[in-house]
Design a protein around this ligand. Structure first.
Ligand code: SF4
Length: 470
């Protein structure tokens, strides 16, 4: 078995523990995604052996693992003291922590692009998302710099699709001509965005299995970047031969895990019936149909609801599944958009803002689009004639020695320098250019460097309006 994606965790566990992990994983998948299974285990945890065997779960102690139910159902954290005599529950905890650490390391490893301008824009968007989406959602977003779609539309038509994917119209096949085109596109992407391309993937509002050549494209991606990217499929049972090839592909390239999006209890049971616990070790099952996850679905795309007059949790209203701060490239229509996540809104119902859109007919044109948008859409400073205004979702409050801005999640406070209160008040007016604001403040406060540095800090934190709203 290969747990390389868990870093050195593999070396810290015994062979028996290693064998248990896929079965513990499956036990919890059933507990969260199959209400009948959960009820049966709750009713007779010590006597549920035959049920476990029927689901392909072997070697685990359900009594130990049931102690973690409140945690896996996201109800409450179980105190460590309650798990002291439950080594299997502790093993799962250690495994979960190792996979979380690996995800974090992975983010760091993709590095920076060769363009400082892109990197500072990217960091500014990450900071804005931290303020608008909250720490938890933002930490779950990888903010990859490029994503490719290998089809136009999606055959699945999920009613909750946060990206409101169109119906499937066309597939980008691996013909000789397209293969050359694809490799050229990958090369130009690497030239412009460097090692960060390895953090990208090859689906978005598309279903990977709609493209029969999907794995060939993935293979090229891996050869070019050194990373064989993650796949999420919502159709793991549609073509079992295709799914088996995907599982084989992942076993060969263990750098990341793939995901099956599970839409019903029957699909979960079908997946467990067709694939062993070991087969699925490198595959996370996203239990979309479970009560636990369906409450957390992004309020975007086809799942958009009217929350007016409704006191729902802020995290439900602002959640987005968009995870790209960079270029979304569709290989069928040869289109490209520069986007970044944001809370779903009337203006941005898909949970991402669009900075620029274009088309390309060859790799050089895609490179030109990337270069041009880095130049145009990613200023490193506020220009003198830019109107200075705070982001529309921020609530401004004047303080005796400065001001504070309150988002749905964070309080951003700027205080302690004599010019700050006046700076906050003038920006809150929302109708003065940067040079007008500076000129007015300079009448009383002569420290221009302190003033410019305050404006830069607001800009870098993504607290200033950039004309896109939402
Ligand atoms: S959720 Fe995924 S699989 Fe379902 S329609 Fe949207 S893009 Fe397709």
């Amino acid at each position: 078995m290969d747990l390389h994606f868990c870093g050195d965790f593999n070396d810290q566990i015994s062979t028996d523990e290693e064998r248990l992990i896929p079965h513990i994983k499956r036990f919890f998948e059933c507990a969260v995604g199959d209400a009948e299974f959960y009820a049966a285990v709750q009713e007779n945890v010590a006597g549920c052996g035959p049920l476990l065997q029927a689901r392909g779960i072997f070697g685990i102690d359900p009594v130990q693992l049931a102690a973690l139910f409140p945690e896996v159902l996201l109800l409450k954290e179980v105190p460590a003291a309650e798990l002291e005599d439950k080594p299997q529950a502790l093993l799962w905890r250690r495994y979960s922590a190792a996979t979380a650490r690996f995800r974090e390391d992975w983010r760091q490893r993709v590095g920076k692009t060769p363009s400082n301008r892109f990197n500072t824009w990217h960091q500014r968007q990450v900071n804005r998302c931290h303020s608008q989406l909250g720490k938890e959602t933002n930490q779950a977003i990888i903010h990859t710099t490029i994503v490719f779609e290998l089809s136009k539309g999606c055959s699945m038509g999920c009613p909750f699709c946060g990206l409101a994917a169109d119906r499937l119209q066309e597939v980008f096949m691996y013909t000789r001509e397209n293969a050359v085109f694809w490799q050229d596109i990958l090369n130009i992407a690497i030239e412009c965005l460097g090692t960060t391309v390895g953090g990208g993937f090859c689906y978005w509002a598309t279903e990977p299995s709609d493209n029969p050549d999907y794995l060939r494209f993935l293979d090229d991606f891996g050869q070019a970047t050194g990373v064989f990217p993650q796949t999420t499929t919502a159709a793991p049972l549609r073509n079992l031969a295709w799914t088996r090839k995907l599982l084989q592909f992942r076993r060969k390239h263990t750098t990341v895990v793939d995901r099956f999006s599970i839409l019903s209890t029957n699909i979960l049971r079908g997946v467990h019936k067709n694939f062993s616990a070991e087969d699925l070790l490198l595959t996370s099952l996203i239990l979309q149909h479970s009560d636990t996850l369906s409450q957390l679905m992004a309020n975007a795309g086809r799942n958009r609801k009217d929350f007016s007059g409704n006191a729902s949790e802020e995290s439900v209203k602002t959640h987005t599944i968009a995870c790209l701060t960079g270029y979304l490239v569709n290989m069928v229509e040869r289109s490209v958009r520069l986007i970044s996540p944001c809370p779903p809104s009337e203006r941005w119902p898909l949970g991402y803002r669009v900075y620029a859109e274009g088309n390309f007919s060859n790799a050089a044109e895609l490179g030109h689009f990337i270069g041009k948008t880095i130049e145009k859409c990613m200023p490193e400073q506020v220009a003198q004639d830019d109107i200075l205004a705070f982001r529309q979702d921020l609530e401004f409050t004047l303080l005796p020695e400065g001001f504070q801005l309150c988002s749905a999640y964070h309080l951003h406070k700027m205080a302690g320098s004599p010019h700050l209160a006046q700076l906050g008040r003038l920006i809150a007016q929302g109708n003065l250019t940067s040079s007008q604001v500076i000129e007015e403040i300079m009448v009383q406060h002569k420290d221009v460097f302190a003033l410019l540095s305050s404006i830069q800090s607001l800009f870098d934190q993504g607290l200033l309006e950039d004309g896109l709203g939402g």
